[in-house]
Design a protein around this ligand. Structure first.
Ligand code: UDP
Length: 315
């Protein structure tokens, strides 16, 4: 009992009602921690240890008061929807960069550890597969707004790492690789499932031979928690699994599991119609570092994760 009480921490989570944020807050609460959640969306978590603030990450006064009161700052707020990189570019850049700069400044001022969710999008179109944390990044021209998210997140990464060096900021950066599960919005997995459940065509951008490695949310949250528990300092981690699936295969698996009559439509131009779009052919994490540091390995299969997501969407 005593030990448990000692380990209890106060976490401040931005984007607490987002896909990753909700699952993370629930895990922290399950583990007995106190959580301050901030989001513009409506609160869906009821727990005596959860205090919710329906507000924006641009409210710097509120950020300051919550950062002051917490032990660990989890900065998860962001827009991780490729379509919005194309249609709402300035908003994506503003939201990724401005509050992050303030949050980093406040974490330095109050000496708080920051956990920051970055992205596998950082590596862009690099062909150095699998992507190592120290590997090169390869992005398209700034004429392609697709790269605005990658660029914004990498700028924040630079700022965090620099402050870790010269101002002793303690941090962990998570680079997420196509995490999916209940609550996901605006990505290929939820797009396809929703289309399949509604007997609508599954629209594939391009040939469908492009690949992604899909990581189930429970595996992701387990990795976060293990890293937090080990009190690892000043590191960047790929959070992903290495089994590749083509997008065409993903569509076929979803068709099989849902039993839908939906057809696959290749070369749909839903994203290619935007001049700012470029796709990524392969995106595969190297997981040697995380394996070595916390001995973490994903355990859930794609089919298991998809079935859970489908069950959640049809309940
Ligand atoms: N994609 C697709 N149809 C969709 C949504 C996405 O073919 O309805 C493709 C997209 O072009 C990309 C892959 O699926 O090649 C993964 O897309 P996602 O939206 O999950 O984001 P990304 O992994 O590109 O960041």
């Amino acid at each position: 009992m005593r030990k448990n009480r000692k380990q209890k921490k106060v976490f401040f989570v931005t984007g607490a009602m987002g896909f990753i944020g909700t699952h993370w807050c629930k895990k922290l609460l399950d583990e007995g921690h106190i959580v301050y959640g901030l989001d513009i969306k409506k609160n869906t978590i009821k727990n005596k240890n959860f205090k919710f603030f329906k507000n924006t990450v641009f409210n710097f006064k509120l950020l300051e008061s919550l950062i002051k009161k917490s032990n660990i700052v989890c900065h998860f707020a962001g827009i991780a929807e490729p379509r919005l990189y194309l249609t709402n570019t300035s908003e994506v850049i503003n939201l990724t960069v401005k509050p992050s700069f303030k949050i980093v400044e406040l974490c330095v001022k109050y000496k708080k550890k920051i956990l920051f969710t970055s992205t596998s999008e950082i590596y862009g179109k690099s062909t150095k597969i699998p992507f190592k944390e120290n590997g090169d990044r390869l992005l398209g021209s700034t004429n392609y707004s697709r790269w605005c998210y990658s660029t914004s997140k990498s700028l924040v990464e630079h700022l965090i790492i620099a402050n870790g060096e010269d101002k002793k900021l303690d941090y962990i950066i998570f680079r997420l690789f196509n995490v999916y599960g209940p609550g996901l919005k605006g990505r290929v997995v939820d797009n396809f499932i929703i289309k399949a459940l509604n007997q609508k065509p599954l629209l594939i951008n391009g040939s469908g031979n492009q690949t992604r490695c899909f990581l189930y949310i429970d595996d992701c949250i387990e990795a976060f928690y293990k890293i937090f528990k080990k009190n690892i300092k000043k590191e960047v981690f790929n959070i992903g699994q290495s089994k590749e699936h083509t997008i065409k295969d993903l569509a076929k698996i979803i068709i099989k599991i849902t039993g839908t009559k939906s057809k696959i439509v290749l070369k749909s131009n839903q994203l290619y119609k935007f001049k700012g779009f470029q796709d990524i052919d392969r995106r595969v994490p190297d997981h040697q570092k995380i394996k070595k540091k916390i001995n973490w390995k994903p355990i859930y299969s794609l089919e298991y994760g998809l079935r859970n997501m489908i069950a959640d969407l049809t309940k």
